[in-house]
Design a protein around this ligand. Structure first.
Ligand code: AP5
Length: 201
């Protein structure tokens, strides 16, 4: 899954997981988990994440290499938010083949509203939005907002995306692996486009 912050990668990943049975490997979730557990890696990543900067490639590549050793990864995985730089993609190509890159395309103008209104359920991992996917009222007391979901940090994340990640989209396009999906419509419509893209692979 490829796309700017807040494009809907996490939201749409569930469609692909359901269709393919492959586990979702989200570097953002792995880093947040390391941070919550207070590991060295989490402490190292924290400053970058909270300022909206990309975590250094060496840390991410180490994390992914270790994750791919797990038995559940032996039949392939769905990467969410990885790779994000050309060195990360080159490292991945040395480990395994990439079958397809689903790029969720959303204009920058929509991103800030999506991210600032995002809420997460820490019990189930479900992603909600205060306007676009309102949570059921009985769970609203336990929802959390990510620390990096402020308007200021989102602007930095968008700028990191345009400088360091977008060129990778062009790289995958030249390799014939990129499938662009219009991510600007309602969640259900984007899910249909993602399902279509997966079904023709
Ligand atoms: P990460 O957790 O990967 O964040 P991100 O890429 O910024 O992506 P998000 O999780 O913010 O958005 P999403 O596309 O999953 O959108 P979602 O489905 O939640 O990374 C966080 C940080 O970790 C990075 O900044 C970096 O520091 C570090 N990091 C992670 N991976 C790294 C890597 N490989 N290399 C280096 N550093 C790395 O949707 C967003 C909101 O919009 C939700 O509220 C949702 O309900 C709503 N929504 C979704 N779709 C729609 C729709 N169609 N219409 C309306 N609302 C919608």
């Amino acid at each position: 899954m490829f796309g700017p912050p807040g494009a809907g990668k996490g939201t749409q990943a569930s469609v692909i997981v359901e269709m393919t049975g492959k586990p979702q490997v989200s570097t953002g979730d792995m880093l947040r988990d390391a941070l919550a557990k207070g590991t060295e890696l989490g402490k190292e990543a924290q400053g970058y994440m909270e300022s909206g900067l990309l975590v250094p490639d060496a840390i991410i590549i180490g994390l992914i290499s270790e994750r791919l050793q797990s038995p559940d990864a032996s039949d392939g995985v769905l990467f969410d938010g990885f790779p994000r730089t050309i060195p990360q993609a080159e490292a991945l190509a040395r480990i395994t083949d990439v079958e397809a890159v689903i790029s969720i395309e959303v204009p920058d103008d929509d991103i800030i509203d999506r991210i600032v209104g995002r809420r997460m359920d820490p019990e189930t991992g479900e992603i909600y939005h205060i306007s676009f996917k309102p949570p059921p009222s009985e769970i609203s007391h336990r929802l959390i907002q990510r620390k990096d979901d402020t308007e200021e940090t989102v602007r930095q994340r968008l700028s990191s995306y345009h400088e360091q990640t977008r060129p990778l989209g062009e790289w995958y396009q030249e390799l014939g692996l990129l499938i662009a999906v219009d991510g600007a419509g309602p969640i259900e419509e984007v899910s249909k486009s993602v399902a279509n893209a997966i079904s023709i692979l």
